[in-house]
Design a protein around this ligand. Sequence first.
Ligand SMILES: [Zn+2]
Length: 224
Amino acid sequence: MRKVLAFFCLLIIFLCIFLNYQKKVNVYNNEKSKILSKISLSDWNLKLVNQDHEISSDLVKLGIVQENLYVDERIVESTKDLLAAAVEAGYPLRIISAYRSIDDQRSLVEEGIERELSKGLSYEEAKAEVYRFTNRPGCSEHHTGLALDIKEEVDRENGKSTWLKENAVNFGFILRYPKGKEGITKIGYEPWHYRFVGVDVAKYLEKNQLVLEELVEQLEKGTA
Ligand SMILES: [Zn+2]
């Protein structure tokens, strides 16, 4: 009798776990179809530029956000809002790099290779080292004017604050190359590189731990 009771108890527990899992899957699927129905592969804010998606034109209508730092004019306001909110929260930010032309990228790569060569690496080793964190000219997201390299000015309590990481999505920015997704993005973890995708998409990606490549894949499947 005890064995039968124990069996039924276990059965009920497994059933509860399964139903809870199903509920989560359904919530995710509903949310997924809701967001996917609102966006499309041709949306300017979803432009995918990476090693497999090279662009030949770096022509972008630019707007200024800080001295000598330009972004796509459509994200000037969001960028300024992010910077202002960070100051207000006590975690001021500094933009290190924003829009870069294909020529700028070429110079950056060449300078990087020179730097690595001076450390005694061979040319091939130097190139490989530079390409760990820097995309080939034509393959950098910075050509779109939608990417920012951001430094946090305040390092609180041994190190880093988490303000930017936690709040960027509210302004439409995502941490573009997170830890654990290197196999998909093909770029090492870059805690400084943020990319504008819009608030709804940013929140969706963050909540579901997805990178832009994965969203584009979902969209391609949805429209196939
Ligand atoms: Zn960057």
